[in-house]
Write a protein that binds this ligand. Sequence first.
Ligand code: PMP
Length: 397
Amino acid sequence: MFEHIQAAPADPILGLNDAYKKDPNPNKINLGVGVYKDELGHTPILKAVKQAEERLLLQEKSKNYLSIEGRPNYRSAVQTLLFGKDHQIISKQLAQTAHTPGGTGALRVAAEFIKKHLPEATIWVSNPTWANHQSVFQSVGLEVGSYSYYNADSKTLDFEAMLASLSQVPEGDVVLFHGCCHNPTGIDPTPEQWYQLAKLCSKQGFLALFDFAYQGFGQSLNDDAQGLRTFLDHVPEMLIASSFSKNFGLYNERVGALTIVCETSDQAESAFTQIKRCIRTNYSNPPSHGSAVVAEILNDAELYALWESELDTMRTRIHEMRSLFVNTLRAKGVNQDFSFISQQQGMFSFSGLTPDQVAQLRNEFGIYIVGSGRINVAGMTHDNMAPLCEAIASVIK
Ligand code: PMP
């Protein structure tokens, strides 16, 4: 029965990580998979998380199933983080949130929900976008289209082209936006551009699906939510896929959320029953631990403050590495202008390195970068910066 099955190609990002692990080079550098690393190259457990876990260990009394949508104090805390505490969406109960296994789980449930209830819809993703988006949507049979986003020559957002392509999206289709820290380019719309996109969404009548995997990694928890909140000033409906893998460092606990915003609370309740059906037939109900940790932190002033300061530290370190990278490249004799990297935000940048240069960096120097040239700036440290920039200088010349 199984002998005809051909091996699937390695995942472009996770496959790279496997190759990195196997590489015996003691000076290898991993700028591939999107995981935060500290100055020592470790992916730390946040202190706020450890403290929350200590409390939970004492409090936990049962391993009984959670409900399909997850724990109530998690669901409400997610909404506060998304919309801000006094937002009318919360007071009027216009949104419903389900805990999903990571941001990927949220996207997958959203995909099934869209396929079932908006069967004619095409989903539009930015060109380029996170490598898994297309596969997740196609796996449920959705048509996936792409809209213009990035100008490879100027290394900036091609906003005119983006508006022009989104003006072609018909009513009833779905458009995926990266809430902040666009993966892979690191380039986000400005507040004014978000405003224009929101107006376009309202005019065209497409549904926005926000993929929000890096809240707090751009400017701040609130600033990073501005795009999404601007949309909500103009459109009554939205889907939001949140991930807490990065901003809580809870990668392997699989903690994320799918939120649906509707025009009325009755509609939100009704649509949410269908989201719960998708979950029930998929993984039945979510894993407990990650959401218990996040809920404990978000609902406790002391832990919240500690978490926010640790998030600031992660964000600041990445910004510092961006500047240091640009300056070190210059110091190592690279004439090509890389200054755009210090203006971008989040973990990623599109470096502009060609596939040949990426291959040479891996084969000759043990430096792992995704084939598209996307680099994870969080993989840089003061220690690996000089050898990294020397290697790049030698492949660019
Ligand atoms: N969306 C984007 C844009 C991402 O970068 C990621 C993680 N790389 C995800 C979703 C998925 O997040 P998670 O690991 O929580 O499933």
